[in-house]
Design a protein around this ligand. Structure first.
Ligand code: TXA
Ligand code: MG
Length: 367
């Protein structure tokens, strides 16, 4: 595996734990991986496993000491709450204080699937999971391996994305290994995640549902069912130091490649033109440039830079599926600067642009 020196340094900086031997077990050949994962989870250990969105790093959501191991392995800030994963709808009754009608309707329509519902937490949910909030995020993943593990261990499982905090979320077992090798006992390899970006986080604890993080279940789909749904300001805007985010995670640096990333947004022709100009400028400065292009534009960039087509503009979900893997790929190529084409924010495009803006630290050029 090829990992840059810069990255190794970064990973070591975050690492406080004792080095473990990390096993990677594939699910295709046998059920050993599921049995082993369930056993470790019941023993209070952490396990990385696939979901349809990204790989998660799970632990028993009801055990404070087990959940603490997630924070330690990831180097995750304590003020960022975790999503609790369930495999049977009835489990929700134990975890929440009240269940609004919207939650029932949405779960019926979108679970299992990439939608997290934020609801008033019951007393059984430890503070470390909610980061001291009165609410808890819950979702039922749409992935056979995840559901098999949840069913076999018979526990609600708290699981953030299985990356070092701040890095692009992992969509393959290899990405998890890049970040967490030696820090966790087991990675269950169930192939590449299909959605590629994390679930939509929808806050149902107030009067009007609010999207705290856009994802695979889009604003348009939610609006069709709920009628009224808001998008939190932090989804597309940089929050100043004195602003309190509705979702603590939105304050932290996220999804960032090692390379500097710049998002160029606007009319497609202007975007291409500006990226061409910028790439020439950076190349003149002796920098290695990566261009995150789309199927529609990839043929139009000149030599001298690394170019990836992340997907087609006609299907933003195809861009979502490849986005994080592309950022990690650029890091392996040791590029200094990533110039990314912005896309329209309709449907899955909103989630893609939310991730791109955060990955770039809101380094945005409008053309
Ligand atoms: O698709 C996903 O959601 C993946 C897979 C593994 O399920 N998980 C994931 O977890 O993305 P994580 O920890 O990387 O992101 C959880 C997000 C954070 O932005 C966090 O702030 C927000 O959900 N969140 C969790 N509980 C919350 C709560 N009670 N109130 C507000 N935001 C919450
Ligand atoms: Mg995450």
């Amino acid at each position: 595996m090829q990992i840059s020196q810069k990255y190794l340094k970064m990973s070591n900086n975050f690492y406080n734990g004792v080095s473990l031997k990390t096993r990677v077990l594939k699910t295709e050949q046998s059920s050993e991986a599921i049995t082993e994962a369930a056993k470790l989870l019941r023993d209070g250990q952490v396990v990385a496993f696939p979901t349809e969105t990204v790989y998660g790093l799970g632990a028993n959501a009801l055990s404070e000491t087990a959940v603490a191991k997630i924070f330690e392995a990831k180097g995750r800030p304590q003020d960022n709450p975790l999503i609790v994963h369930i495999s049977k709808f009835e489990q929700i009754n134990y975890l929440v204080r009240s269940l609004p009608d919207e939650a029932l309707i949405l779960a019926e329509k979108f679970w299992p699937g990439p939608l997290t519902l934020v609801l008033p937490a019951s007393d059984v949910v430890p503070q470390i999971v909610t980061a001291g909030l009165k609410t808890v995020g819950i979702r039922m993943p749409d992935h056979k391996v995840a559901l098999d593990i949840l069913n076999e261990c018979e526990l609600p499982i708290a699981a953030p994305s299985a990356n070092i905090s701040g890095r692009p979320s992992p969509t393959t077992a290899m990405h998890v290994l890049e970040d967490l090798d030696g820090k966790i006992p087991l990675i269950v390899d169930g192939g590449a995640a299909s959605v590629g970006i994390e679930s939509t986080v929808l806050d149902l604890s107030g009067k009007i549902p609010v999207i705290l993080r856009p994802g695979g279940v889009t604003f348009e789909k939610l609006k069709e069912i709920l009628g009224n749904v808001l998008i939190d300001k932090s989804v597309m805007n940089f929050l100043e130091d004195d602003e309190i985010p509705a979702s603590p995670g939105m304050k932290h640096m996220h999804y960032a490649p090692i390379a500097q990333m710049i998002v160029v947004r606007g009319d497609c022709e202007n975007v291409k033109q500006r990226i061409k100009e910028l790439s020439q400028e950076y190349i003149k400065q002796g920098k290695k440039v990566g261009v995150l292009a789309t199927a529609e534009t990839i043929g139009q960039y000149s030599d001298g830079c690394e170019i990836i087509s992340v997907g087609t503009r006609l299907r933003p979900e195809s861009i979502a599926a490849n986005l994080f893997a592309s950022l990690r790929h650029f890091d392996r190529l040791l590029v200094d600067v990533i110039l990314a084409e912005g896309i329209d924010t309709e449907n899955e495009g909103l989630a893609v642009m939310n991730r791109m803006l955060r990955a770039s630290g809101f380094c945005l050029i409008d053309v």
